[in-house]
Write a protein that binds this ligand. Structure first.
Ligand SMILES: [Fe+2]
Length: 380
């Protein structure tokens, strides 16, 4: 029997300049905002709270979310929901904030299911407002949480964590600095490429992947030179969102498997790790004929037509390296002041972690621990 394919799209997405104003149309009178200290201290959160103030909507701000959110933070957030009983939970921030809010929603629904007096907790409406254009977390159904005691990271995957609504207003990303704009956008491009060539891709996920790649091609370098341009900023948010819709269905590949370990071992931004790893994985996956055909299509979208299948891997690899250079992204780990001895010592561990990573299962070429080990060594 053939495998049954499925693809679904959630949440409702509001986008474009002033899309934050849609917050006044929900009819809520009491909401909880989940965010981090930076959003409050930089007053960026005021872009949201001003709208709530002007429309007499009561709000409580839970601003204790930190990068790599822990179970302890999730518990604190959950107790705010249980005590305040807000009509909506509004997550305003980058990937970590939205991931934490998803986990709060997950445990809120578990609590409600298992609670003796179910009426005591209502499931709040869940709105995700990303402040970076990278993770696509606003449209995916998984989250990564760190155990407060063991420090181990564990993934949560469940459709109940999908936000009910995502709002992509460029006013919140316009002040993101140059280097973060570059690395988060390279995360988006990696999502687009890995999703397009994934063993689990389908006609719908590939359509979103290609469009996200095209939006990156048309807007990234322009945005890098004109950071305050709302149109470029919004198009990068849309690219991020579309890539998220795509990989939520298809999964990713070993660029991410390796980037996950590198990021946590050396405290490097996720997008930066992907940008450095991606050229090597394009080359590795280029040994597969079907993937090389996919590269031809990706290159066409990126403006390089008439490329033959046999040369597509080498050309796409060079395109990514050139893009990294144009975005002032280092090409190897040596340039990041990582100690060589320390790096060599950790490689076997990184290879093991990458091998077990969930993204490895959907890579188009199966990679052994030895394959991963030698790829990781080349990154230095
Ligand atoms: Fe990513």
């Amino acid at each position: 029997m053939n495998q049954i394919n499925s693809f679904y799209i959630n949440p409702k997405i509001s986008f474009g300049e002033n899309s934050l104003l849609s917050l006044k149309n929900f009819g809520f009178t009491k909401v909880c905002i989940a965010t981090d200290k930076f959003m409050v201290e930089s007053r960026l959160i005021n872009k949201v709270t001003d709208i709530l103030d002007n429309n007499n909507i009561d709000y409580h701000i839970f601003d204790e979310i930190t990068p790599d959110p822990s179970t302890e933070i999730i518990e604190k957030g959950l107790s705010h929901i249980v005590n305040l009983k807000p009509h909506a939970l509004i997550a305003v921030g980058g990937g970590s904030v939205i991931d934490a809010a998803k986990a709060i929603m997950y445990f809120c629904i578990q609590l409600k299911k298992n609670f003796i007096e179910e009426d005591k907790i209502d499931k709040p409406y869940f709105i995700a407002i990303p402040t970076t254009a990278g993770t696509g977390s606003e449209v995916t159904n998984f989250s990564v949480i760190t155990d407060a005691n063991t420090k181990n990271k564990f993934p949560l995957t469940n459709d109940i964590m999908l936000p009910d609504e995502a709002i992509l207003d460029p006013i919140l990303t316009v002040s993101v600095p140059k280097s973060i704009t570059a690395s988060t956008a390279m995360d988006v491009l990696t999502h687009g490429i890995e999703s397009y060539i994934s063993t689990n891709s389908n006609i719908f996920s590939q359509m979103y992947a290609l469009k996200s790649i095209e939006l990156i091609r048309l807007n990234l370098l322009k945005c890098f030179k004109d950071l305050h341009n709302m149109k470029y900023r919004n198009n990068l948010q849309i690219a991020s969102c579309m890539a998220g819709i795509s990989f939520n269905s298809s999964g990713l590949g070993i660029t991410h498997s390796i980037a996950h370990g590198l990021g946590s071992s050396f405290h490097l931004p996720h997008g930066l790790c992907n940008a450095i790893v991606l050229p090597y994985i394009i080359e590795f996956n280029g040994r597969d004929a079907k993937t090389r055909e996919c590269y031809v299509k990706i290159l066409e979208i990126m403006g390089a037509s008439n490329v033959s299948s046999s040369e597509s891997a080498a050309i796409l690899k060079e395109v990514i390296i050139s893009l990294n250079k144009a975005l002032e992204i280092p090409l190897n780990l040596r340039s990041l002041d990582i100690n060589k001895k320390q790096f060599d010592a950790i490689v076997p561990n990184l290879a093991q972690t990458a091998y077990k990573d969930i993204c490895t299962s959907t890579n188009p070429v199966s990679a052994s621990i030895n394959d991963l080990d030698s790829i990781i060594r080349r990154l230095y």
